[in-house]
Design a protein around this ligand. Structure first.
Ligand SMILES: *[C@@H]1O[C@H](CO)[C@@H](O)[C@H](O)[C@H]1NC(C)=O
Ligand SMILES: *[C@@H]1O[C@H](CO)[C@@H](O)[C@H](O)[C@H]1NC(C)=O
Ligand SMILES: *[C@@H]1O[C@H](CO)[C@@H](O)[C@H](O)[C@H]1NC(C)=O
Ligand SMILES: *[C@@H]1O[C@H](CO)[C@@H](O)[C@H](O)[C@H]1NC(C)=O
Ligand SMILES: *[C@@H]1O[C@H](CO)[C@@H](O)[C@H](O)[C@H]1NC(C)=O
Ligand SMILES: *[C@@H]1O[C@H](CO)[C@@H](O)[C@H](O)[C@H]1NC(C)=O
Length: 459
């Protein structure tokens, strides 16, 4: 399906916006809502090792799987009955395979629809807002099993049986990312392959979280958001899309704070519509008007515009990307630097007494991945619509001949192509093989030097 998008990807626009072009239109961008519902998994048959090089370490950063809407729209009449009854075999891993013992975790949601447990006052069904669905759990397990095919079966980076301390897992302090990490690990080391060990999960409190835009800790992030909405470019988008927003909101019934002129974003509409579409549930109606297929496309298109504006086109985009993605990149790069340091001194990756750390798994959100893609300067704007179970893999390689270190970054198992700099006409790096020094040096400009200072409100 071909739709118009208010964007173009010419470098002229990306690096300097001219109001006379705005909003520019291009015809040949297809957004598939089905592509949004399900990310492409890493594919073991098309996965190619880097020539003449050894894979040392991988950072796998993922978005959670399919979920219920994260926003609560009072007039959403959908029956949200898609939530899991799932037990995680993984908790068996601290026993000898086949021997019962330890703790088996069984997650379930209450299905009874009785007034006495307030069922139906909020939503119909068995889910809470932003909950990982059964489909979402299955997506994460499928993603984990593809990871296994690539990094265990094909690359031998990790042993077929889980060895102690070879994998680190971090998730945000949100139920759906914890459940996603559990699903992922269940697919990665299925029942019987857990060895005689446990795996540690960690998460940071919100006060320290770097895996999503943390405006609680960094008020400048909200201030930048507000500044971006006041530009003439954004105002013209806003004015053009306002009457549709009012129409759609009649059906969703968001209150004044979501609909306020200073905050309105189509994301809040898309959030509900897409959850409905990804489950083939009936489109919402109110009295005689119903959401149409065109409305779904409009919500996709406008959400993509909002993301592209805030992450790329706006004059504040660089600072916004820095404050929302820089601190996480700092942690990722510290971890990579440590691996390199170990490797240089021992010709092997970081060793603990118990094993060699080979992979770090980060279970996060679209807002974990979007700042990274924006900082990487992906040239495909549709990348900003991060599908459920979407992933970035950052691989650390050592060249067997010259012993130099290279980074390869993949998005949903595919190459990431980066924009050319308008002055040099060259991309900042080829992310299919980027030497570590170039990678690290480029990212440094996005890492806040003094985050406490840079996060303060600017008067
Ligand atoms: C969009 O989809 C149409 C119909 O499937 C196809 O002909 C066209 O090549 C696609 N355009 C792009 C840019 O992929
Ligand atoms: C598993 O680990 C426990 C505790 O470290 C140890 O006592 C036991 O012998 C191990 N079992 C096997 C089969 O390695
Ligand atoms: C948007 O609409 C507001 C209120 O109607 C108006 O004041 C403003 O000039 C418009 N801005 C643009 C860029 O059209
Ligand atoms: C909100 O913005 C729209 C479009 O610019 C405008 O028509 C409307 O009057 C504004 N509403 C308020 C309450 O400012
Ligand atoms: C290795 O495993 C032992 C026993 O489980 C644990 O006490 C120790 O802290 C581990 N060492 C490291 C470096 O992780
Ligand atoms: C590895 O290093 C050798 C020697 O510098 C070079 O010829 C080769 O292209 C490098 N291979 C890769 C994949 O970088």
């Amino acid at each position: 399906m071909s739709i118009k998008v208010y964007l173009t990807v010419t470098s002229v626009l990306i690096h300097s916006i001219s109001a006379t072009y705005f909003p520019p239109e291009v015809e040949n961008h297809n957004i598939s809502k089905l592509a949004y519902c399900q990310a492409e998994y890493p594919n073991p048959s098309s996965y190619k090792p880097m020539d003449d090089s050894t894979l040392l370490f991988v950072q796998a950063i993922s978005r959670h799987g399919d979920r219920t809407p994260a926003y609560f729209a009072p007039k959403d009449t959908t029956i949200w009955d898609i939530c899991p009854h799932k037990h995680y075999e993984y908790a068996y891993a601290n026993t000898v395979p086949g021997v019962q013992g330890g703790v088996k975790i069984d997650t379930y949601t209450d299905d009874s629809d009785e007034a006495s447990n307030m069922a139906g006052l909020y939503w119909k069904g068995n889910c809470f807002t932003g909950q990982l669905s059964r489909k979402g759990v299955n997506q994460m397990e499928a993603y984990g099993s593809q990871l296994r095919k690539v990094y265990v079966d094909k690359m031998n980076l990790l042993n077929k049986k889980l060895e102690k301390d070879t994998i680190r897992v971090r998730h945000t302090n949100v139920p759906r990312t914890l459940a996603s990490a559990e699903g992922l690990m269940t697919g990665f080391y299925p029942s019987g392959t857990g060895g005689n060990t446990t795996i540690g999960f960690t998460s940071f409190p919100q006060e320290k979280e770097t895996m999503y835009p943390n405006s609680l800790m960094c008020p400048r992030i909200s201030q930048l958001g507000a500044l971006m909405r006041t530009t003439p470019e954004y105002q013209s988008y806003f004015n053009n899309s306002y009457s549709d927003a009012l129409r759609l909101n009649k059906i969703l019934g968001y209150g004044s704070s979501v609909m306020a002129n200073s905050t309105l974003g189509y994301r809040a509409f898309a959030d509900v519509f897409w959850a409905i579409e990804c489950h083939g549930k009936p489109k919402l109606c109110n009295e005689d008007t119903c959401i149409t297929e065109d409305d779904i496309q409009l919500s996709l298109k406008n959400t993509l515009f909002e993301l592209t504006y805030t992450r790329r086109l706006s004059p504040y985009a660089d600072e916004y990307n820095k404050l929302t993605g820089g601190a996480f990149f700092s942690q990722l790069n510290t971890e990579l630097a440590k691996q390199i340091d170990y490797d240089m001194h021992n010709q092997c990756a970081e060793k603990t007494n118990n094993g060699t750390v080979r992979m770090s798994i980060y279970a996060g959100h679209d807002e974990t991945i979007v700042p990274m893609l924006a900082i990487f300067k992906t040239n495909n704007i549709e990348d900003y619509l991060v599908p459920y179970a979407g992933s970035i893999h950052i691989e650390l390689w050592r060249n067997n001949t010259d012993k130099k270190y290279y980074i390869r970054a993949l998005y949903n198992g595919n190459q990431i192509s980066t924009l050319s700099d308008p002055t040099t006409n060259e991309p900042w790096c080829n992310l299919n093989k980027c030497d570590w020094n170039t990678y690290q040096k480029y990212l440094e400009q996005y890492i806040p030097k003094n985050i406490y200072q840079e996060c303060k409100l600017v008067q």
